[in-house]
Design a protein around this ligand. Structure first.
Ligand code: PLP
Length: 354
């Protein structure tokens, strides 16, 4: 850190992304990417778009916005495309948080919410989960602060119903409620259809997980048109060309190929079920996941130890070092062979400690 950095940035603890090591080939079960490559038409669309990279991308992302609005069954002025969903979250914290407009989010959730709050000097309240890691909707009633909830939540994978989300949105009419649906395609019910009804609801989505485009960086916000105007104001004050031309073309092709991706989600759901059963059979506590990962702990080995030993054996999982979940690791659900390898390595580790 140089002596020139401002006080706020100097004081914050930045977000730590999951490792992307290059030292050797790992079975990567640590950052919830899709194990499936993008479809051929997505690759071809990105290649074609590369030929036009001398020109700026469309700042309005007209074609992509139209495609996504149709796909989600909302109007075009209810959608804003961004550089990953991290960017729409960033915009939302910038737009709605302030010293006098705090945020609340679960004590165990996506780590970026806290980082954005710190970055912008927004006070925030971390609301404890129940002992079983579930969210008690009543804790979010009448808070009169902005709220961010990942649904399904990360790293637990637990899901709230649309009715429960609606209860939270209804109970906080004076502030914005952000529902981060990064993992909604893995078996959850989206609350996108509520945006017509509630002017304070912002739903965020990403192409990074279910649509195999983590490296493309594409996400979006879906909300009432007035909210979208606010967020566009942030976009045009920070990064007007936030979505690059190759990614935009890839995104359109990906929606056209939605069936391929939703079939892949079904494969992941099947492997998730298998993984949960296998882990339970080995004595793990496993949280009921509705996402493309499972959150699991073994009574005989700490999360950190398991993570380190698996890494030694070429399998990467995520250890989050959360105070309330010391023994847990988060394991991305991959292909059949990745799951087999993970379980084999886990057996080797467990056989040494039993
Ligand atoms: C992965 C993830 C995101 C961000 O993904 P992007 O790659 O920036 O779209 C947002 N929220 C949650 C809960 C996530 O797990």
């Amino acid at each position: 850190m140089s002596k020139f950095i401002n006080e706020r940035l100097a004081a914050i603890k930045e977000y730590t992304p999951g490792e992307q090591p290059r030292d050797k080939r790992y079975i990567k079960l640590n950052t919830n990417e899709s194990p499936f490559a993008p479809s051929q038409s997505v690759v071809m669309a990105a290649e074609r778009a590369a030929a036009g990279l001398n020109l700026y991308s469309d700042p309005e992302q007209t074609a992509l916005t139209k495609k996504c609005a149709q796909y989600l069954g909302v109007k075009e002025d209810q959608v804003l495309m961004t550089n990953g969903s991290d960017e729409i979250l960033n915009y939302a914290f910038m737009a709605y948080g302030s010293k006098n407009s705090p945020f609340a989010f679960p004590s165990l959730t996506y780590g970026f919410y806290k980082v954005f709050a710190d970055l912008y000097g927004i006070p925030f309240k971390e609301i404890p989960l129940r002992d079983d890691f579930s969210i008690d909707v009543n804790d979010y009633s009448g808070l009169n602060v902005n709220i961010a909830i990942a649904n399904p939540n990360a790293p637990t994978g637990l899901l709230l119903s649309v009715d429960e989300i609606e209860k939270i949105v209804c109970a906080n009419p004076a502030k914005v409620v952000i529902i981060d649906e990064a993992y909604i395609d893995f078996g959850g019910q989206s609350c996108v259809k509520l945006v017509d009804k509630y002017p304070n609801l912002l739903v965020t989505r990403t192409f990074s997980k279910s649509f195999s485009l983590a490296g493309g960086r594409l996400g979006m916000g879906v909300a009432n048109a007035e909210i979208i105007k606010d967020l566009k104001k942030v976009k045009y004050s920070t990064n007007p060309y936030n979505v690059n031309a190759m990614t935009a073309a890839a995104g359109i092709a990906a929606i056209d190929d939605a069936k391929y991706y939703l079939d892949n989600c079904r494969r992941i759901i099947k492997n998730r079920q298998y993984c949960i059963e296998q882990l339970v059979a080995r004595g793990f506590n496993v949280v009921t996941s509705h996402a493309n990962f499972v959150f699991a702990a073994h009574p005989l080995i700490s999360g950190k130890e398991l993570y380190l030993r698996l890494k030694d054996k070429g399998v990467l999982v995520r250890y989050l070092n959360a105070a309330t979940a010391q023994n847990y690791v988060r394991i991305t659900v991959g292909t059949d062979s990745e799951m087999t390898e993970f379980l084999t390595r886990t057996d080797e580790i467990l056989s040494l400690i039993k």
